[in-house]
Structure formats: C-alpha cells, structure tokens
Design a protein. Structure first.
Length: 277
C-alpha cells in the first residue's frame, strides 16, 4: 500500500505535529511545524489540502517554479501527484487528509451531481481565498479537538470546489439517483440489499454496483453507511437512547452502532453527543 503525505511527514526528523484530529474513514486534520528539511511525497495515497498559518517564505517546491510560500497561501496535492519540497526557515501549516472515495462522495452529495464532475486542480502557493476560511477553521478544530467544527468546515470546503464541464459516459442519471436516495432514506431502519435497489433501478446487481460507484465515488454499501451515520448524528443532538438510535439507523445492536460510528467518526456516540450539547 502506498504511503500518505502524513506518513511521509511522520518519517521526517524535522517535521513535528502539534495538533491533530482524526475524523474516521481515512480523513484527518493535522497542524505541523517544519524547518530545515527536504522531503519528497512519492505518489501519495489520498488528497491533501494545505494552508500556511505562519512563515513559509523559506519553503519552495523543487519540481516546479522557484516561487516560495508565505502565510495565507493554499496548496492542493491530489492523490498520486509526486512532489519534492525544500524548507530552509521555520513555518507552520495545517493539512486536511481525505481519501479519494470520501471526497468524491461528499462532492456528489453536496453538489447533487456526478462525482466525476469534481474539479480538483493541483495548486502550489495559491491565493485561493474561497478555501482559506474552511481551512483556518479546520486548524481551529484540530487545536480544540472539535469534530463538529471540522465536519462543518469540510462540508464548506467541499461546497467551494468547482465542477468540470465534461461529457459523462455511463453512470446513473440524476433522477434515478434521487429515487435511490429517497428509497434508502425511507429504509435506513432496516436491512438494505443491493438486489432491492437493483430491482428499483431496473438493473442487474452487478451493473448497479459498477454504475453507482462510478457516479457517486463510493460503493453502495459505503454510501448507505454514510447515510446511517448522518442520521445518527442528527439524532444524537436530541434525547433518544443509543439503542433507539441504533434501531432507527439500521444497526443490529447498540454495540454494532457504537463500533461503526467510531470507525466512521473516530468518536464514540456518547462523546459526540456530549460535544453537541
């Protein structure tokens, strides 16, 4: 398995993480300090959004232009993009790490469009003002250990990503996706099987599985799990017991619900509820 950019930084003797917040499902935030270092990100796994909090004038990317960083600039390092960096003065920055499937699924949900329309350009030392606010709030979320703030900031960031004007081949049309979503939301308290949704869409289970992942960025079971967790988060803001929430969200037991919730969010339901309050 290839390494993430966070793995490369962890292996550096000079880089030091001063705060981090795990968000579950290959998503996390970290604030870093680094100086007098040279580091290569070799075809990393996952996407990274970077925002320079302090310093950066001694940081440059060796495989591109001689431009150097500065406070307030943004970098986007898409999955698989190799880059090499030299740091000659101290600086501090925040990173958002997010897997390709989770980013595409979030984009498809927030923009109500095909995940393949997501426009994720590679940026180095960019004045991307639309991304500054959510990235700054992610830094604050890491410092305060606040996953609710981080959730909102990530949604805001994904909402500010652009769409590509491309000709789509294959996949599922919007009206069919909405019908599937409505059916899923109406049946979250029970078992949801691929065959049931394939029948709803009048497709074979194999064809539905392939077309759904192409369009939404996640396989169907991952999408359903995300919807179950989203409902659970809403219910945790109220007073239902964990047993009631587990039943309403289609989990077999409270323990099953608690295990999946922690896998997806890196927080227990009780801890998440305490933050809501």
């Amino acid at each position: 398995m290839t390494s993430t950019i966070r793995d490369f930084l962890n292996s550096s003797a000079a880089a030091r993480s001063t705060a981090s917040l795990a968000m579950g499902t290959a998503t996390s935030v970290a604030i870093w300090e680094n100086s007098y270092d040279r580091i290569s990100y070799n075809a990393p796994r996952g996407h990274v959004f970077s925002y320079y909090l302090e310093g950066g004038t001694g940081t440059r990317r060796l495989d591109t232009s001689p431009e150097t960083g500065r406070p307030g600039v943004v970098c986007i390092m898409p999955e698989g993009q190799t880059s090499e960096w030299e740091i000659t003065t101290p600086f501090r920055f925040v990173h958002l790490y997010i897997s390709d499937d989770q980013l595409r699924a979030a984009f498809a949900l927030i923009h109500d469009c095909d995940a393949r329309r997501m426009d994720l350009p590679e940026l180095t030392f960019a004045e991307a003002r639309e991304l500054v606010s959510p990235l700054a709030r992610l830094a604050e979320a890491a410092r305060c250990q606040d996953p609710l703030l981080a959730d909102a900031a990530i949604s805001d960031l994904v909402g500010r990503l652009g769409q590509r004007a491309i000709t789509l081949k294959g996949g599922l049309p919007t009206h069919q996706l909405r019908r599937i979503d409505e059916w899923i939301d109406a049946h979250l308290d029970g078992q949801i099987r691929l065959a049931d949704i394939a029948l709803l869409a009048d497709l074979s289970p194999f064809h539905l599985h392939r077309m759904f992942r192409m369009t939404r960025g996640l396989p169907l079971h991952g999408w359903v799990t995300n919807r179950r967790i989203a409902r659970a988060k809403i219910m945790l803001a109220g007073s239902p017991s964990l047993v009631e929430i587990a039943h309403a969200c289609g989990f077999s037991s409270q323990s099953h619900f608690s295990r999946v919730f922690k896998e997806q969010t890196s927080a227990t339901p009780d801890a998440y509820r305490a933050l809501q309050r």
